[in-house]
Every structure is written in structure tokens, then in C-alpha cells.
Design a protein around this ligand. Structure first.
Ligand SMILES: [Ca+2]
Length: 530
């Protein structure tokens, strides 16, 4: 197919490695994940399989339950319009330019009197060998004239003096981390503050800017301004930070010495999403709706950092890390269950191939997700409680009550759920759902409504049928924070393109280059930087 050829050629030019090596690394990753984090145990049969076998596993699941798949849902043979396809790829899959993989380019361009300032070189800086920089703000730009500090009692702090900017990402802190700016000047009292980065407007580009993302500030005492150990621990790890050396007194300026110690700093990047720690952290936020736990963060970061400077290895690991978040138990049992509840309850949205909108997904996901961290003690019970609470809530919403009047009989109720889910149930599954209502003739029992809906939403046939569809939808929700038919698409052509491609590759997101394309898309990358 033309699009595939074009795509492959682009990959070859950039030297992004073969599918073979990607698949080998993925297989190894799967094995390690099973051992360490319980990831990928989506289906009982899955641990023995590599990802390219997922489709077969799901087919086995369906055969085992004796259910049927409606014609045309699992695979589509629709031919793609070559012109439209190339346009889609052009928009979605602008692969990184070679220089964007060079993490050391920033220091060469660095200057510290304008954002993003001078990048601090990556490495560990113990107290015995701190990072030290000497500067003088005399004549510097007034990059930030004021900032809003949301961790400082919501203060707006005026900063009209000339300032210097340093950018860095904290990877780790030792026992006594510290940032200190000292001066020998009797007329210059540095005011130092930290801005949070990770989004395009995080650091004002020209002079006289206002920053809305202040994390903290420190004034000078005895010619030293210090962010001490306690304050350092309030700074987020794996997030781009900007340290500004400004002035407490209007227009005052002078020389200073900056010292950072007992910290580990990431290699500087031009776009925050190229930093391994930020990349992983962002996946927790985008797919699991929570901050990372330390073990998980380190595990997934290590997958990437263990590549060292091998760019093709880094790219493969980033793709595998990324896909793992959709495949994780935690997502499958929260975000994907939410998707399936909507699918069973209402079927697809009008004139759409998907059952749920982004605002519905974000609005309800927390109900299933709250407090769940897979592999932490008691997580199964927390998840079970969340599922029950969510489904009880869901069946009492006005939309559900209106779609399923309590006057419906249990059989009508269950049949409609299965029909909306696109599933012809085996008789035992159907009767088990109906039996939730005992011998009642209507469906007024809220608990039974919730349990019956759960049986349909967790039905293995439904779960298998919707798997690729949900995977593609989550590319839009997770990476792009939008519905597939929102701008710039305006329709579901892009969604259908990726669904067809994923189906053609039997669910193998590496072979289909789906995750890779979303990660590389300008739309995704511009969420975080240039
Ligand atoms: Ca300033």
C-alpha cells in the first residue's frame, strides 16, 4: 500500500531500526514487565504470548466462550484512499528531525538572559563537587517582570529587575540538596524563584513577560538566597524547571555565584517530552490520571535510560513504554472498563465509530482510578470498591435512567446492553446477567442494574472486540487530549485509518507504527515545547 511504503521509507532514512529489533526488544520488555509489575496480564492467556499474538489470544478467548463476533468489526478490508492517507500521515506523523535526537544541542545555544536560559549540564552534583556558575545581571534583559506563585499563598510577585535564567530537570535529590545564589555586592540582593516547565509557554520568550507558573521564591539574607533541603523536596522531579536570578530592588543588578549541590540533573533537551523522566511521568498523567509511584517511574525510565546514547534503542523503548500504559492492568481495569461501560450502555455515539467523548472519559475516569496503584498492597480491593461505586453511580445517572426505564424486564434490560455492546452472548452469560434481578419482573433494583451492566461490560467477547478500537481512541485522548473528530481532523478519517492499520497488523502497535506516529506527531510534541 502506498502509505506504508512512504512511511517505511521515512523510517529508513532516519535510521529508526527494523521491526525485527523492535519486536525482539518488546518481547523482552513483556517478560520483564510480567515479573516486576504485573503488566500485560490483560487476559488469562496473555503472559505466554508476545504482543503480535494478542489478536489470536482474543480470538481464542472468543472461541472458548463460544461467542460470535459480528461481521466486519474485528477486521476491516476497506481500501484507503491513497491521497487522503498520505495527507493524514503528513499531519500525524512528522517524524523527528535528526537534530531533535541530539540531546546535547541545547548547551551550545544557551544564553542566560532570556528564556529558556542556560541549560545546566546533566549529571550528579554532590556537595563535594557542586554545579557552580558565575554571572552578572548588569545590563541583562528583564525577562520576567512578575510571576504568579501558586504554592506561595497565591502571591503575585513583582520582579522588575534584570534577570538570568537557568533551565534544568531534577532527576533525583541526595540527603541535603540545596540551591544557593550568593553575591559579594553591597547593592545587589538577588531574588531567586523557580518556574515550572513542561508546556510551551512556561518561560516567557521576550522581555517584560508575566509567568503564571511560579513554584517558589527566596529572598536574600546575609547576601545569600537559599532553597534549602526542605524546600527542594517540594520541587517536582522529572519536570523542566527554570531558576531565575532576579533582583529584590528595582533595577539593581550585580554579580553572583550560583551553586547547586546534592542533586542529579537530566541531560538538557529542547522539548520536555524528550526527557525520559518527564516522558514517563506524562504517561502516568495522560493514561492513568495520576502521578507516578516511584517504583513504576524508575522502572519505565530505566527502560529508556538503559539505552545510553543509542538513539534507535531509545526510540524503540519509548514506543514500548508508551504502548504499555494502554496495555497495563491499571488502564485496562479503569479507563478501558469505563469505555466498555459506555459501549454496553449506549453503543456508539451518533454518526461515530466510538462510544465515548473525551469530556465524559475525563469526567468519570477518576471514579475508577482513585487510589489504585497496581502492585501496591490492597490495590485489588481498592479497585473492586471503585468499580462497584462507579457502576452504582453510572446506572443512576439521568442518561442511563432515561435509556433504561425501570419498567423494562430483566431480559429486555440485559438484551439491550448486549445489543449495544455488539455482542451475541452465550446463553450462560445472558442468564447470569438476567439472574442478577432474581425473580423480579422489572429492573428497579439499582444494585442489580449495576451488576448486570458490569457483567456485560466485562464480557470477554466485548472486551476483545473493542480492544483495538479503544486502543486507537486512547491515542487521541491520551496523546492529543482531544476527540478524534475535533480540529484539526474534523472527522473520523484519521481514527478509521489507524483502526484499519492496527487491525491489519493484528493489534501489533509496533508493526502498525501507530504509537510511534502519535509520539512523533507535531501535535503531540507541541503540547510540551517547540
Ligand atoms: Ca525580572
Amino acid at each position: 500500500m502506498k502509505s506504508t511504503t512512504t512511511n517505511s521509507r521515512q523510517l529508513d532514512i532516519l535510521g529508526n531500526g527494523s521491526h525485527q529489533s523492535a519486536q525482539e526488544i518488546l518481547t523482552a520488555t513483556l517478560k520483564r514487565c510480567q515479573r516486576s509489575l504485573g503488566y500485560f496480564s490483560v487476559f488469562a492467556t496473555l503472559p505466554a504470548l508476545v504482543l503480535s499474538n494478542i489478536h489470536e489470544a482474543r480470538m481464542e478467548d472468543i472461541k472458548r466462550t463460544g461467542a460470535t463476533v459480528p461481521e466486519g468489526t474485528a477486521r476491516s478490508s476497506e481500501r484507503l484512499n491513497a491521497v487522503k492517507t498520505s495527507e493524514l500521515l503528513k499531519r500525524q506523523s512528522k517524524f523527528r528531525l535528526p537534530h531533535q535526537n541530539n540531546f546535547d544541542i541545547v548547551p551550545a545555544l544557551g544564553d542566560n538572559d532570556d528564556c529558556p536560559g542556560r541549560p545546566i549540564a546533566g549529571g550528579s552534583y554532590p556537595a563535594a563537587a557542586p554545579y557552580v556558575a558565575v554571572g552578572d545581571t548588569t545590563g541583562a534583559n528583564n525577562t520576567v517582570k512578575a510571576f504568579y506563585c501558586y504554592y506561595c499563598f497565591y502571591l503575585t510577585v513583582d520582579t522588575p529587575g534584570p534577570d538570568h535564567v537557568y533551565s534544568f530537570i531534577l532527576n533525583d535529590l541526595g540527603p541535603n540538596p540545596k540551591i544557593e545564589v550568593s553575591t559579594a555586592s553591597a547593592t545587589f540582593s538577588p531574588l531567586i524563584y523557580v518556574l515550572e516547565g513542561g508546556f510551551p509557554e512556561a518561560c516567557p520568550a521576550s522581555t517584560g513577560g508575566f509567568a503564571g507558573n511560579g513554584l517558589m521564591f527566596r529572598e536574600t539574607t546575609s547576601r545569600v538566597a537559599t532553597i534549602n533541603s526542605q524546600a527542594m523536596r517540594r520541587l517536582p522531579l522529572n519536570v523542566p524547571l527554570y531558576l531565575l536570578v532576579d533582583s529584590q530592588i528595582r533595577d539593581a543588578a550585580g554579580s553572583y555565584t550560583l551553586k547547586m549541590e546534592d542533586v542529579t540533573i537530566s541531560q538538557p533537551v529542547t522539548n520536555a517530552i524528550d526527557d525520559p523522566g518527564f516522558f514517563v511521568r506524562q504517561h502516568y498523567l495522560d493514561f492513568l490520571g495520576r502521578y507516578p509511584d516511584e517504583d513504576g517511574l524508575r522502572f519505565w525510565m530505566n527502560e529508556i535510560t538503559s539505552c545510553g546514547g543509542d538513539q534507535s534503542c531509545i526510540e524503540v523503548k519509548r514506543i514500548n513504554d508508551s504502548g504499555a500504559f494502554f496495555l497495563s492492568i491499571e488502564f485496562q481495569e479503569t479507563g478501558y472498563l469505563l469505555y466498555r461501560a459506555y459501549k454496553a450502555a449506549y453503543g456508539n455515539l451518533p454518526d461515530a465509530p466510538v462510544p465515548i467523548k473525551l469530556n465524559e472519559f475525563w469526567g468519570d475516569r477518576w471514579r475508577l482510578q482513585q487510589g489504585v496503584i497496581v502492585n501496591q498492597p490492597g490495590w485489588q480491593q481498592v479497585l473492586e470498591n471503585n468499580k462497584q461505586a462507579f457502576l452504582n453511580y453510572f446506572v443512576q445517572t439521568p442518561r442511563f435512567n432515561s435509556a433504561y426505564p425501570t419498567s423494562m424486564t430483566p431480559s429486555e434490560f440485559v438484551d439491550r446492553l448486549f445489543a449495544n455492546g455488539g455482542v451475541t452472548p452465550v446463553s450462560t452469560d445472558r442468564s447470569a446477567a438476567v439472574a442478577e434481578f432474581s425473580s423480579a419482573s422489572n429492573t428497579a433494583d439499582v444494585g442489580a442494574r449495576a451488576r448486570a451492566l458490569r457483567r456485560v461490560a466485562e464480557n470477554p467477547t466485548l472486551t476483545a472486540q473493542e480492544f483495538n478500537r479503544a486502543f486507537v481512541l486512547m491515542q487521541y485522548f491520551g496523546y492529543l487530549h482531544r476527540n478524534p473528530n475535533d480540529a484539526p481532523d474534523g472527522n473520523f478519517e484519521g481514527y478509521n485509518f489507524w483502526l484499519n492499520k492496527l487491525n491489519q497488523f493484528n493489534g501489533d502497535f509496533v508493526g502498525a507504527e501507530m504509537v510511534k506516529s502519535f509520539l512523533s506527531s507535531i501535535e503531540y510534541r507541541q503540547r510540551f515545547g517547540p
